[in-house]
Design a protein around this ligand. Structure first.
Ligand code: HPA
Length: 236
């Protein structure tokens, strides 16, 4: 049973899915870390694969960029394919000076400049948060891995190129970094009573003169991928 955006049949996809933004990063994770990986989706080149990590079935699929894109794929994974948990493995831009490229952020919550939650018609502002059990495991795995990481609030923005950079205003509220997907993923997971966590690698800084090349972005996120895989392994 396919959807307009995913040609997989039910059963092709594991209960837990890692989601990088870039479909080629999904291929990289499958090629590098999964055994017996089988591709389940090619629609719109949004590649998805299911394989085995230390004997446990895990899937990895691209989300695309932005909240509408991850919103479509996550909703379909949760509602059509029996997925219980999604771990986003993405990149972000640092908003504070003590966070550097290649550092990792576990997003306990996501703030937003988006109107994404408007369609729920809530009488206030929705706070999008990670699933605590996933965050707790990821925190442990990141600690064991010995990498530089922080747990905190991030901004999910609808705008990549902004004339009115909001960095200082968000940073004054303790927001560590910006990306474009987590708020939607956390909100959809909450609505559907599913689990979600966003693990981000800092690819650039909006307050320091640091950034990663596209090739480094695609291949250099090994620490984050290993934290996500170990978290998925323990969670399921
Ligand atoms: N802005 C938005 N999303 C991002 C960025 C950024 O600077 N870096 C990585 N993802």
């Amino acid at each position: 049973m396919a959807t307009p955006h995913n040609e997989a049949n039910k059963g092709d996809i594991a209960k837990i899915v890692l989601m990088p933004g870039d479909p080629l990063r999904a291929k990289f994770v499958a090629d590098t870390f999964l055994e017996d990986a089988v591709q389940f989706n090619k629609v719109r080149n949004m590649f998805g694969y299911t394989g085995y990590y230390r004997g446990k079935k895990i899937s990895v699929m691209g989300s695309g960029m932005g909240m509408p894109s991850i919103g479509i794929y996550a909703h379909e994974l949760y509602t059509q394919y029996g997925v219980e948990a999604i771990i986003r493995i993405g990149s972000c831009g640092a908003y504070v000076e003590d966070i550097h490229v290649n550092d990792i952020i576990l997003a306990i919550g996501a703030s937003t400049d988006s109107n994404f939650a408007h369609h729920y018609q809530l009488p206030g502002t929705y706070s999008a948060t990670a699933t605590f059990e996933l965050l707790e495991i990821a925190n442990q795995k990141a600690k064991e891995q010995g990498c530089n990481y922080r747990v905190g609030n991030i901004l999910s923005s609808d705008v990549f190129y902004s004339k009115n950079s909001p960095v200082e205003k968000w940073a004054q509220m303790g927001v560590l970094a910006v990306e474009m997907e987590s708020y939607a993923l956390y909100t959809i997971a909450a609505e559907l009573r599913k689990s979600a966590l966003c693990i981000l690698t800092v690819s650039d800084s909006l307050v320091l003169d640091e950034n990663l090349s596209p090739l480094e972005r695609q291949n250099g996120f090994t620490n984050m991928m290993e934290i996500a895989l170990k978290t998925a392994y323990e969670y399921i």
